[in-house]
Design a protein around this ligand. Structure first.
Ligand code: ADP
Ligand code: MG
Length: 258
């Protein structure tokens, strides 16, 4: 049975999609069968793996609204061991259409039930909101990974996110764990970046991953090639840091199991 990790933070531009694509690709590079689920109507994970969200006929939207099994819609990517459940823009309407459904928070979980058996890891790229689609992702997930950008106001909104996690743990998914807080876009030359690292570590201690993702041009340009960074430039700092993150997660999970 695989593990589902949701990448979430209601702040935009903190590195959710970059982390989702590249963590998924790193797990795949280590030969774990991995599924990336694009749960953001902006469909950046879909386009970042070279699929055109405008021509995608069915997506996670149909899975949730029409109750279609995710297995029917999964696409193979050009990366070995990595598959994609795509998004398209109609996903915006899903929240409204789902209002009248019973068990509307559990639609994604139901749809991924088979996939969870087949894959080692399922990584969900969430949208920058705490709306119904993200609640679905957190209800389906075993854990949440929170990217935090090394920037001004890094901690802003984290309290609200932790509160949402608590509500979900109480009402919808008692098993939901915090996989960790990931510092992203770190620039060692900028004093503020170092201050944010210290501040976040002081606040969240062991929850913070040792791996810190540096600001790296290869990470920002690889989606325009439709590739995860490891396939674009495997030697880059960005590729190495996401591989380190994957290894840190595998190591933590090993410790948790034993
Ligand atoms: P989110 O999904 O949280 O909105 P993204 O992953 O899309 O955030 O990142 C926002 C922008 O920052 C994108 O243009 C992305 O390419 C860029 N970016 C993210 N992480 C890095 C990084 N470590 N180094 C350089 N650019 C990055
Ligand atoms: Mg995104």
């Amino acid at each position: 049975m695989g593990k589902i990790i949701a990448i979430a933070n209601q702040k935009g531009g903190v590195g959710k999609t970059t982390t989702a694509i590249n963590l998924a690709a790193s797990l795949a590079a280590l030969e774990f069968k991995t599924l990336l689920v694009d749960a953001d109507p902006q469909a950046n994970s879909t386009s970042g793996l070279s699929f055109n969200p405008k021509t995608i006929e069915k997506s996670i939207y149909e899975c949730m609204v029409d109750g279609i099994n995710a297995d029917e819609l999964i696409l193979n990517t050009n990366v070995a061991f990595l598959d994609l459940l795509p998004a398209h823009i109609d996903l915006v309407g899903a929240e409204v259409e789902m209002i009248s459904l019973d068990h509307r928070e559990e639609k994604m979980k139901e749809s991924l039930k088979n996939a969870k058996e087949r894959y080692d890891y399922i990584v969900i790229d969430c949208s920058p909101s705490l709306g119904l689609i993200t609640v679905n992702a957190l209800t389906a997930a075993d854990s949440i990974l929170v990217p935090v950008q090394c920037e001004y106001f890094a901690l802003e909104g984290l309290g609200k996110l932790l509160n949402t996690i608590k509500i979900i743990q109480t009402r919808l998914n008692t098993a939901l764990e915090i996989e960790g807080i990931l510092l992203t876009m770190y620039d060692p030359r900028v004093r503020l970046s170092n201050q944010v690292v210290e501040e976040v570590k002081t606040h969240f201690q062991h929850l913070v991953f040792e791996t810190i993702i540096p600001r790296n041009i290869k990470l920002s340009e690889s989606p325009s090639f439709g590739l995860p960074v490891i396939a674009h430039d495997a030697e880059s700092k960005g590729a190495i840091s996401y591989l380190n993150l994957a290894q840190e997660i595998l190591e933590r999970n090993k410790v948790a199991l034993s």
